[in-house]
Design a protein around this ligand. Structure first.
Ligand code: SAM
Length: 228
């Protein structure tokens, strides 16, 4: 493993069997595994019999942890960055460390794998040359509606949403884009209760309300592109 390298490693979004061989090998050989929640990552490491030192990097200590890790990289150690699930830096912490590593002239190596956005998009079936990854919309209703007003692009939109807001978000999409526009509701991807439903926005609130479980778990919404 080349010294002083930062590996940005994608991990499963629910199904631990989705850990890629190269991701596991990188974690097995890194001097330190940097993660959001050490307990979550240790579950993944234990499942694959990996024993490496872990260090937490999250929204509350990102600056201090970045400085410490940069020193590790400069001392020639290899650092593997993971998040709780999916690809680090995609609606997850990590970008600050990656930027610092670039600025310090360290090698940055992505180890690609799962991301909920790409998984949902691949199962949506909207033929398009591009998409817009929106991530999480603002949680407050007025700010969310305002954000949707400026999202006027002829491409599919990929949104992350929390379970307790998914119904309100879908209703706002309906009000903004009209009932005929299709949406894909991708719920609990790769997990036991996975559902992927593609339906017109007009039918989406009723779909979510049809079963109490349908507003539980993790969600990606993929909105069909509007007319160019
Ligand atoms: N970095 C992650 C990635 O690459 O997908 C995303 C992290 S973000 C903090 C977490 C959000 O991603 C969830 O609230 C949900 O919107 C989406 N998500 C993560 N795992 C998911 C899954 N298994 N099924 C559906 N959505 C998921």
């Amino acid at each position: 493993m080349p010294p002083g390298t930062l590996y940005v490693v994608a991990t499963p979004i629910g199904n631990l069997a989705d850990a890629a061989p190269r991701a596991l090998e990188t974690l097995r050989r890194a001097d330190v595994v940097v993660c959001e929640d050490t307990r979550t990552t240790r579950t993944l490491l234990a499942r694959h019999g990996i024993e490496r030192p872990t260090l937490a990097l999250h929204a509350h200590n990102e600056r201090a942890a970045t400085a410490k890790l940069l020193a590790e990289l400069q001392a020639g150690r290899s650092v593997a960055l993971v998040s709780d699930a999916g690809t680090p830096g995609v609606s997850d912490p990590g970008a600050l460390l990656v930027e610092a590593a670039h600025r310090a002239g360290m090698r940055v190596v992505p180890v690609p794998g799962p991301s909920a956005a790409v998984a949902a998009y691949s199962a949506a079936g909207f033929a398009a040359d591009r998409f817009l990854f929106v991530g999480f919309l603002p949680p407050k209703t007025s700010a969310r509606r305002q954000a949707l007003q400026v999202l006027d692009v002829p491409w599919p939109l990929i949104l992350y949403e929390a379970p307790h807001r998914v119904l309100a978000c879908v209703k706002d999409l309906l009000a903004r884009f009209g009932g005929e526009r299709e949406v894909v509701i991708a719920r609990e991807l790769t997990k036991k209760f996975e559902e992927v439903a593609r339906l017109p926005l007009a039918a989406a609130p009723a779909w979510l309300e049809a079963d109490a479980h349908r507003q539980q778990g993790e969600f990606v919404l993929v909105l069909a592109p509007g007319a160019p």
